[in-house]
Design a protein. Structure first.
Length: 287
């Protein structure tokens, strides 16, 4: 039993890394502009469909589908910022909520119209078979998704903390007026933040599509996961999203193994409520 438990934990860590990747985009936007994007889960869904379209047209896997989904969603992020977000940022919170929620519905039902409501999937062997690593059997698709997601999330953290661009973005997040007086254009930095956040989300969607069902409503489920992850890790903290994503992935997998897959979400959301009650700022959020 102990060996199978280790296998489950490893699988949970790989899944949790993908959770962390698409949640980091949500926390980045919140940290920059104090806007909660209710369409975030549907961005992940678009990334999944982008990978499926690339496979359908060219018969190739994530090596081509993931970069395409990243670039596509980064472009969508910039369009959404200039077309919607910039206009509702100064409005009341209700306008921001309704604006991004309306965007979510627009994306979801556009995909319904174009692709239909059928469940789609990529071939099980699109990445490869199963690897035997120290006696643990790990699917190649999950290993690829987890490894790439972990590296990109860490890269995003380094971008924000070790580069000039990251310093400018953090300056805008701290005080956009002061940043503008220093010669930094808040509009440009916020658009870049949306491009990075949406691009990371698209990449996560393309990676998770190799072993997850693809349907227009999948964004609802993944959006909830993103909000739980960001809330648990701390809004505005990419390292917090990474830690929380890995933790949620492990808890989901272990709960599904020990008490059944039907009840795993109960454990995750119970933990979420516990943290909201005793530490509402999250694991690594500011008090």
């Amino acid at each position: 039993m102990a060996f199978f438990l280790v296998q489950v934990i490893v699988g949970g860590l790989l899944l949790g890394a993908v959770y962390a990747l698409f949640s980091s985009g949500l926390t980045l936007v919140w940290g920059m502009m104090n806007i909660v994007n209710f369409a975030h889960g549907d961005f992940v869904m678009l990334g999944m469909y982008a990978a499926f379209v690339v496979f359908s047209l060219f018969g190739v896997g994530p090596a081509a589908g993931a970069p395409f989904a990243t670039l596509l969603l980064a472009t969508v992020g910039v369009i959404v910022y200039f077309g919607l977000i910039r206009h509702i940022m100064e409005g009341p919170m209700l306008a921001q909520i309704l604006g991004t929620f309306g965007l979510a519905l627009l994306l979801r039902y556009s995909v319904f119209w174009w692709f239909g409501a059928n469940f789609l999937s990529l071939p099980n062997n699109i990445v490869g078979g199963t690897y035997d690593i120290f006696g643990l059997r790990i699917e190649a698709s999950r290993l690829l998704a987890g490894a790439v997601a972990l590296l990109v999330t860490l890269g995003l953290h380094l971008l924000l903390t070790r580069t000039s661009l990251g310093s400018k973005m953090l300056a805008v997040a701290e005080d956009s007026t002061a940043a503008q007086l220093m010669g930094i254009r808040p509009d440009s930095m916020q658009a870049i933040a949306w491009a990075i956040a949406a691009g990371a989300t698209g990449l996560a969607g393309a990676l998770i599509a190799t072993f997850f069902y693809i349907v227009p409503t999948v964004g609802e489920t993944l959006g909830i996961v993103a909000f739980v992850t960001v809330s648990l890790g701390g809004f505005g903290s990419v390292p917090g999203a990474l830690v929380a994503g890995l933790l949620i992935g492990v808890i989901e997998s272990v709960s599904g193994y020990l008490i059944g897959a039907v009840y795993k979400d109960i454990v995750v959301y119970a933990l979420f409520i516990f943290f909201l009650w005793f530490r509402p700022q999250g694991l690594m959020g500011k008090a």
